[in-house]
Structure formats: C-alpha cells, structure tokens
Ligand binder design. Sequence first.
Ligand code: ATP
Length: 265
Amino acid sequence: PTAMREVFLETPKVRWSDIGGQHDIKRRLQQAVERPLKYPQRMRRLNVNSKKGVLLYGPPGCSKTLTVKALATEAGLNFLAVKGAEILSMYVGESERSLREIFRKARAARPSIIFFDEIDAIAARRGSSQGGVNVLTTLLNEMDGIEELRNVLVIAATNKPDVLDPALMRPGRLDNILYIGPPDVEARKEILRIWANKSVVNPEVDLDDLAILTEGYSGAEIVSICETAGDAALDEEEETQQEQDVKWKHFEYALGQVRRQITDA
Ligand code: ATP
C-alpha cells in the first residue's frame, strides 16, 4: 500500500565513534543487544529475559537518533525507522495496518531494530486529546507479540516522556528507560573534535576553550556552530580567493549566530 512508502529497511553508517560523549548509554545499549546473542545460556540460568524495548528521552538534538543508528551499525542489526507523526497522519485504520506491517517487516528482517521517533505522537496517555487509542492498542499488542519472536528490539524516542501512556513503559514493553541529556564539557569537546578532524581548523583554535563556551548547547547546536564557522571561512575564501582554515574569529562569529534552544541560559 502507498502509505507504507516511508518505512523501509535502512543501513545506517553511523559508528559509536561519530558520537561525542554518552559513553554510559552506548555501553548499556550495546549490552542489551549483545548479551542475549552472546550469553543466552547465562541468561536462562539466572532467569533473566532479554530486553524487548528501550525508551530514550531527553531534549531535542542530543543524539537519540544518532545513538540508535550507531547501535544498528555496530551490532549488525537491520534498522527500520518510523516517525510517530507519520503513522498518525494516515487514514482511519491505515495507521494500525501500517504498524502491524512494520512489525512484520522487522520480524522478517531480524535481528532488527524498530525505531519510533516522536513516539509521543502515537502513544499519548489515553483519555488525552492527542493520539488515537486504536493506534496505541495496536502498538502494545504488537510489542507483547514479540515475546516468542527473538531478536526484534523496539526503541522509541521522545522529548515529552510525561505525555506517554504509562502502559507503554510496563515491564516487558519499553521498560529500559534511558535519559539522553545535553552534552557535558567532555562530550562537547569530543563533538568538536569529531567535527574538527573532518575539517581544517587552525591550530590557534583551542577546542577545550570552545567546549567551555558551548555550555548549554545541544549536540546538534554545537555541530551547527562548527558549520557556521566553516561557512564563515568559506566566505573569506571567496573574498580573498585564498584557501582558508577555520580560525578562532570564525568560531567567535558562529557562537553569536547559533542560539541555545534547549536551555534558557
Ligand atoms: P530530536 O529529538 O530532535 O529527534 P535527537 O536527540 O534524535 O533529536 P539527533 O538527530 O541524534 O538528535 O542529532 C541531531 C544531529 O546533531 C546529529 O545528526 C549530529 O549531527 C548532531 N549531534 C547531536 N549530538 C551529537 C553527539 N553527541 N555527537 C556528535 N553529533 C551530535
């Protein structure tokens, strides 16, 4: 059906090393995936079930999507991505059908990850104005159905965990709940270094200083600062017709351009 166009298997190329900071999250997710594959008998002996669902929550632009993509790449899992709003915008009955189709595809492609971005769009608390009850019920049914089918991991992300229906987070569903927060100073340094390593940055630029100055910015905003600085260097290149590197003045300019949106600092 035409409504299924947006759901397809992807092969993300994001590595753990592309993500600055978030080391604890990386380790925990890797463990959730690898343990059942590597040590099924240890898990059986201690009567521990493998995780079926993870909920990532936190402010926008702080690497939720990036993290799920890296997990898929690093663990060699097929990756299906769905945006909550896309599912909800479909005709009556269509949303439910396409949800079931997504789970069917994921089972056919296992080991796999289904990533629901903006899960709040389809899993808002029942009784609230937002969302469709039937869509949520379908989602819960499909998640419960994974039980006997191994190797399909559901990961959902949201900026608004408070609006989610509590049924979604019950044991056996999205019960592995992880907060992905704004990058701390070390993480900011890593994000800057990852960008700088792919660019040509003047040695006068002290990334440690820049990491301090970018307090309160999201990862996405830090990347935006770097690219704005890069653009300024390109402008200069055009004016002078000489090759430029990215200098401190370019970063200074960029810091004035990119606004902090996740913190009110
Ligand atoms: P949203 O809630 O808006 O969907 P998100 O938390 O899923 O946001 P991502 O889509 O993962 O955020 O990040 C957006 C972009 O910001 C990434 O593509 C990347 O360029 C940059 N970014 C964010 N965090 C990091 C990080 N820790 N390391 C490197 N890049 C980052």
